[in-house]
Design a protein around this ligand. Structure first.
Ligand SMILES: Nc1ncnc2c1ncn2[C@@H]1O[C@H](COP(=O)(O)OP(=O)(O)OP(=O)(O)O)[C@@H](O)[C@H]1O
Length: 253
């Protein structure tokens, strides 16, 4: 039996002046899926993630997450609802340690949490936050470097730390924007099994934007292809790779 639909995007559209960055894009992501989003530079991939996470309001269209209509929610409300993301341009607090970075991400989960993060919270709660931060660092293989400044980490390690931060909000959906960017070959090789492990362990649904085609093809259950803001193909990796429209989009770019 197929898993239920968890994310349902309907006719999502975003215009910037005369440019239609995302043009009437509709797709469904099923619970537990690893769903890839590919397309040439400027195709609208990051804008679509921004629409899904409240950073950019859609010009029209809607996104449903389970029974909840997410359209028009703020990034904070989206995160609190259970959709978490990483960014193409890494957004860590460079001068802070790895452990501090994960702890702050947990405090940011709710406004009350952020308040407590700034003005202090009770000791038991603080211990829970600290323990969970250690668990997440352990999961991404960085617990032995918890006290090091994030700015000193390699790209690959910064991306892993970003994933730990995204998981700190206990999401049900994880959106990864180019997780392999800047990683070396060995790190890229390990990323596929790492993302699957994280999906299984936290019972997640994952969407991933990625330029590295072999990684996408190995990792994803299904792949959607954007070109000039339009969704030109959705399907299993092999059939998408054979699709003449997809081949043309890539050769033309
Ligand atoms: N805030 C904005 N204002 C104006 N134009 C924008 C804005 N954000 C994105 N765009 C434009 O929308 C289009 C899609 O950009 P987007 O970054 O979503 O593409 P992408 O597929 O993620 O590209 P890449 O693979 O290069 O990251 C581009 O033409 C871009 O210049």
């Amino acid at each position: 039996m197929e898993a239920p639909v968890l994310l349902d995007a309907r006719q999502l559209t975003r215009r910037f002046g005369g440019l239609v960055a995302v043009n009437a894009v509709s797709f469904e992501v099923r619970r537990g899926e690893i769903f890839g989003l590919i397309g040439p530079n400027g195709a609208g991939k990051t804008t679509l993630f921004n629409l899904m996470t409240g950073l950019t309001p859609p010009s029209s269209g809607s996104l449903n997450f389970g029974n909840q209509n997410m359209t028009g929610l703020s990034p904070h409300q989206v995160a609190a609802s259970g959709i978490s993301r990483t960014f193409q341009n890494i957004r860590l607090f460079g001068p802070l340690t790895a452990l501090e970075n994960v702890k702050i991400a947990q405090h940011a989960r709710t406004r009350a949490g952020l308040w407590a993060g700034v003005f202090g919270r009770d000791k038991a709660e603080e211990r829970r936050v600290e323990l969970r931060a250690w668990e997440l660092l352990d999961l991404v293989g960085l617990s032995d470097r918890a006290g090091e400044q994030a700015a000193n980490f390699s790209y690959g390690d910064q991306r892993r730390l970003e994933i730990a931060r995204a998981l700190a909000t206990q999401p049900r959906v994880l959106l990864l924007d180019e997780p392999a960017a800047g990683m070396n070959t060995a790190e890229k090789g390990a990323l596929t099994s790492f993302i699957r492990e994280v999906r299984d362990r936290f019972d997640l649904t994952v969407m991933v934007i990625e330029h590295h085609v072999p990684l996408v093809m190995n990792l994803c259950d299904r792949v959607a292809v954007l070109n000039f803001g339009e969704l030109i193909a959705v399907g299993d990796p092999a059939s998408v790779q054979r699709d003449p429209k997809v081949i043309e989009a890539y050769l033309g770019s």
